[in-house]
Design a binder for this molecule. Structure first.
Ligand code: DGJ
Length: 538
């Protein structure tokens, strides 16, 4: 009898553990971060719901344990909910086949302590086009892991994508990383993985090594011909003057795809690449990194690297037309919008709103830590309180409403704009309502938004999302937002303007705006304020 009871207890225990294991893996699968698409709009699901990444990326040499005390204060100050941290191949694989998870484990533990998510950046075969992060067993093996060779036979500081040795080694190391991540991150602190960093080559349009030449003079692969609706032929026959760059982009896309496929086979997190973008107006071949997913080869990259979930532009040109044109170019029905790097001078902060207006699932500023490094003149001369403040304001405003904003954007109910220094007011249209955003107006006084003079320097931005026919969620910085009925015979009145925020998905009002606060439109400064606005006509 006693034996029977013991057996029964053991059987029940076994059953319980089977059930629990099954539940755990179901929960794990259900809560895996993933990117979903609906009518050409995208969301990053975290714990099953749309999430907006409010990102900060540390400097290149800051993802070391000794630097963490200089990283976290800046992350706290900027109020990021997601930190982009590099994983260095040279640290991860100090000798062939031996992997060191100590830094990865520390980053995970400290991110959890600081209640932020991570995006890991795999600094592998390419980091800004070069192989500087490869371990020395790659760096010292030129025979098996050669550099790119120019048309006239010179070596450049970039590794050849035609080396099976380099590809195999990168793929093995990356797969081991994903395996370790799967084992050590059941709570999904890590949301996405960036495969390589600013892939491509400076100094040569492509590799001209014998291995490359053989492929270049061979027929263009059928998958690419089909994707681009082209007739068969060799690369020069099919693509003429563009053949060198297109061939190289395809070659690298195929290389990177193999790494992503292998990594996803062990742990299918969303994976993306970041791009050193081309000047969309003046970027002639030779002036940008060749082979990377610049706008003119996006279709080639999409066909060549289907395991890459999204192609993300790094944006380091603060010119309004350039910045917004690049957003337009990467905002495609087949590509989720994510800006993983922005310059850290103040004028970039407002572009967070422009990215939201292009459906962004996340936006991140580069070089945020207290290690004392500044990438000026690209970025701010010092990463001090003043440099961080405009980015912190975005994250302070959007941190409490990140879920709502991500959901509304996914549903196509959100519009957002950044200030254009050449145009001081902008229109948005929501059904029967026109929203007028003006910049550089005082908070008090009935000036028409259309007479706005603009902020100097331009630092405004506004977001409006429709909650009902006459109800909106509104926030902005350095801007006046007003509503006009489409029917010009009618006037707008504010029925109710509540300031507040969401807590656990529930709106909490802190006060009602009226009188001076609404008589001249809704005036936003650098105070983090979120409004729920109900409008009517009379
Ligand atoms: C873009 C790269 O992706 C970053 O790692 C960094 O090198 C910046 N450029 C410049 O600071």
């Amino acid at each position: 009898m006693r034996l029977c009871l013991a057996l029964l207890a053991a059987a029940l225990a076994a059953q319980t553990s089977v059930t629990l294991d099954a539940q755990t893996s179901i929960q794990t699968a259900a809560s895996m971060p993933r990117i979903v698409q609906q009518d050409g709009r995208y969301a990053l699901l975290v714990d099953g719901k749309p999430f907006l990444m409010l990102g900060a990326q540390v400097n290149n040499s800051s993802a070391w344990p000794a630097m963490m005390p200089k990283v976290w204060p800046a992350i706290e100050q900027i109020h990021a909910n997601t930190v982009e941290m590099p994983i260095y191949w040279e640290q991860w694989e100090p000798s062939p086949g031996r992997f060191d998870p100590s830094v990865l484990h520390l980053l995970l533990a400290q991110a959890r302590e600081h209640h932020v998510h991570l995006v890991l950046l795999w600094f592998g075969t390419w980091k800004n086009g070069s192989g500087h992060y490869t371990p020395s067993f790659i760096k010292l093996d030129e025979a098996r892991g050669p550099h790119v060779v120019t048309r006239d036979g010179r070596k450049v500081d970039s590794l050849s994508p035609y080396s099976q040795f380099t590809l195999g080694a990168d793929r093995t190391a990356f797969t081991a990383l994903m395996r370790e991540l799967r084992a050590s991150d059941p709570q999904h602190t890590v949301l996405m993985v960036q495969v390589e960093n600013e892939i491509g080559t400076y100094g040569s349009v492509r590799d001209f090594s014998p291995a490359a030449q053989k492929l270049f003079n061979a027929p263009v692969p059928g998958e690419l011909l089909a994707a681009l609706h082209k007739q068969p032929g060799t690369w020069p026959e099919v693509f003429g003057a563009d053949a060198d760059e297109f061939f190289y982009a395809w070659s690298i896309a195929r290389y990177v795809n193999q790494i992503a496929v292998a990594g996803k086979a062990v742990y299918p997190l969303p994976m993306y690449i970041n791009v050193a973008t081309r000047d969309p107006f003046h970027g002639t071949p030779g002036s940008y990194e060749s082979g990377g997913a610049v706008d003119r080869v996006l279709a080639i990259w999409k066909a060549g690297a289907p395991a890459i979930d999204l192609i993300a532009p790094d944006l380091y040109n603060p010119d309004y037309a350039t910045y917004t044109t690049l957003l337009d170019l990467y905002h495609r029905p087949d590509n989720a919008m994510f800006v993983p790097e922005n310059g850290n001078t103040p004028q970039y902060a407002r572009y967070f709103y422009a990215a939201l207006g292009h459906g962004a699932i996340g936006w991140s500023v580069f070089g945020i830590d207290q290690t004392g490094f500044s990438n000026a003149p690209l970025g701010a001369p010092r990463i001090d309180d003043a440099a961080i403040a405009p980015f912190a304001l975005n994250d302070e405003i959007f941190g409490p409403i990140d879920r709502q904003v991500a959901q509304l954007n996914f549903e196509g109910k959100l519009q957002a704009v950044a200030e254009d220094p050449a145009n001081h007011y902008q229109h948005l249209t929501f059904g029967d309502w026109k929203v007028l955003v003006g910049y550089g107006l005082p908070q008090f006084g009935a000036q028409d938004n259309r007479s706005a003079k603009g902020n100097d320097p331009a630092d405004g931005g506004a977001m409006v999302a429709q909650l009902g026919p006459d109800e909106f969620l509104v926030t902005a910085v350095h801007a006046r937002v007003d509503f006009l009925p489409a029917d010009s015979g009618k006037q707008r009145q504010f029925l109710r303007v509540e300031e507040g925020s969401y807590q656990n998905g529930v709106w909490h009002m802190t006060r009602i705006w009226n009188g001076d606060q609404t008589d001249y439109g809704l005036n936003f400064t650098s105070a983090p304020q979120i409004l729920r606005v109900t409008v009517a006509t009379y």
